[in-house]
Design a protein around this ligand. Structure first.
Ligand SMILES: NC(=O)c1ccc[n+]([C@@H]2O[C@H](COP(=O)([O-])OP(=O)(O)OC[C@H]3O[C@@H](n4cnc5c(N)ncnc54)[C@H](OP(=O)(O)O)[C@@H]3O)[C@@H](O)[C@H]2O)c1
Length: 318
C-alpha cells in the first residue's frame, strides 16, 4: 500500500510503498479517507514531540477518518500510521460516524477541538459563568477553544493572538474581547492586565516568553488575589520553556496545570471522543480544512496553507 513515510527526522515524509499493516490483538483494518497534519503530527515527524521513541521509519498521523470492513465511517486515534491507504485501528479508540459526514472536516477538527474540550472537562473543574482568556486564539485550536469555552458556558472569553485578519473574525466565534499581541509591548501588557483582572481560567497555547509576559501583566492587576486563577498549559507554540516569575505563584492563587497525553489518561480521553465527535458534527463549529492527496504529502508538509487552514491528507478518495 502507499503511505507517507518518515525515514529521517530532518526531512519531510515521502510517499512510499510499504507492506499492509497487520491487525493484531483485536485491531481492525480501515481504509483511511482523511488524516490531518496537526502540529502534534509535525512534531511526531521531526522527532521533537515529548512522546517520541526515536524509532524510524515511521508512518506519521495520530488520528483520522476511515472506513471499516462493514462500511462504517470511523474517527480513530492511534500512536502513528494514519497517513497511509490503510491503518490498523483499535475499535475502542474509535467512534462510528454517520455516513453523511465530511471525513476531511472531522479529521481537521477533532484534534484542535479536543485540546480545550478535554482541558475544560477533564483537567480542571470548569464552572459555567467562568471568565476565560485564550493565549494563541488565532490558531485552529485557539479558534476552537473560543467556541468550546462558549459552548461549555464561559461567562466571558478574551482571545489573544497576532494575525489581524484572524483576530477580526474572533468576535464572530464568541470572543468578547480581542487582544492583539502584535501591538507595542506596553499596550499588550495593559490589555492583558485588563483581561486578566478577574479571569478564572487561561487556556495557553503559546507558553514560551508569552506565558511569563502575561503573568507579569496579569498578577499585579488581580482584583482579588485569593480568587483562583487556573492556568492550563496546552501548547508551546512560542517555546517549550518559559521564564515564569516566581512571585506570581506567591502573589495570587495561581495554579498551573498541563493538559495533554499523559496528564489526561487514555481512558478519560477515549471517554470524551463520542461526545466531542457529536459536538463537532453538530455543524455549529467553524474549521478551515484543505484536502491534499497523499501523492502531494511532501509539498503539503513544506508549504502549509498560508491562511493557517488545516492540511488534511487524503490517502483514499471517499
Ligand atoms: N495538549 C493538547 O491536547 C493539544 C491538542 C492540540 C493542539 N495542541 C497544541 O496547541 C498548539 C496550537 O495548535 P493549533 O492546532 O492551533 O496550531 P495552528 O493552527 O498551527 O496555530 C498556531 C498559531 O500559532 C500562532 N503563532 C505562531 N507563532 C507565534 C508567536 N511567535 N506569537 C504568537 N502566536 C504565534 C499563529 O497565530 P497567528 O496566525 O496569529 O500568527 C498560529 O495561528 C500547538 O502547540 C499544538 O501542539 C495541544
Amino acid at each position: 500500500m502507499r503511505a507517507a513515510l518518515i525515514t529521517s527526522f530532518d526531512t519531510p515524509p515521502q510517499v512510499a510503498d510499504i507492506p499492509d499493516p497487520d491487525p493484531q490483538d483485536g485491531g481492525e483494518i480501515v481504509t483511511v479517507l482523511a488524516s490531518a497534519v496537526h502540529p502534534r503530527v509535525r512534531s511526531q515527524a521531526d522527532g521533537s514531540h515529548y512522546t517520541t521513541t526515536g524509532v524510524l521509519p515511521l508512518v506519521p498521523g495520530i488520528d483520522g477518518v476511515g472506513r471499516d470492513a462493514r462500511g462504517n465511517l470511523r474517527y480513530f486515534v492511534c500512536e502513528s500510521g494514519a497517513m497511509a491507504e490503510r491503518a490498523v485501528v483499535d475499535p475502542r479508540r474509535s467512534v462510528v460516524l454517520p455516513p453523511d459526514v465530511d471525513p476531511v472536516v472531522i479529521a481537521a477538527a477533532m484534534n484542535p477541538a479536543m485540546s480545550s474540550w478535554i482541558a475544560l472537562r477533564r483537567r480542571i473543574e470548569f464552572t459555567p459563568g467562568s471568565r476565560v482568556l485564550i493565549m494563541g486564539a488565532t490558531g485552529n485550536a485557539g479558534r476552537m477553544a473560543i467556541q468550546i469555552a462558549r459552548r461549555l458556558g464561559a461567562g466571558h472569553v478574551a482571545a489573544a493572538g497576532r494575525d489581524p485578519q484572524k483576530l477580526a473574525a474572533l468576535p464572530g466565534l464568541g470572543a468578547d474581547t480581542v487582544i492583539d499581541l502584535a501591538r507595542d509591548p506596553q499596550q499588550v501588557a495593559l490589555d492583558l492586565a485588563a483581561a486578566g483582572r478577574e479571569v478564572d481560567v487561561v487556556l495557553d497555547y503559546l507558553w514560551g516568553p508569552w506565558a511569563a509576559n502575561a503573568l507579569r501583566a496579569i498578577v499585579p492587576a488581580r482584583e482579588d488575589d485569593t480568587q483562583a486563577l487556573t492556568w492550563v498549559q496546552i501548547g508551546s507554540i512560542t517555546g517549550p520553556e518559559s521564564p515564569l516569575p516566581s512571585a506570581a505563584l506567591r502573589a495570587c492563587n495561581l495554579r498551573i496545570v498541563g493538559s495533554g497525553q499523559g496528564s489526561v489518561s487514555p481512558r478519560d480521553i477515549l471517554a470524551e471522543l463520542p461526545g466531542l465527535a457529536a459536538e463537532v458534527m453538530s455543524g455549529g463549529y467553524e474549521i478551515d480544512a484543505v484536502p491534499v492527496p497523499l501523492s502531494d504529502v511532501t509539498a503539503a508538509w513544506e508549504h502549509p496553507a498560508s491562511d493557517g487552514a488545516r492540511t488534511v491528507i487524503v490517502p483514499t478518495a471517499s
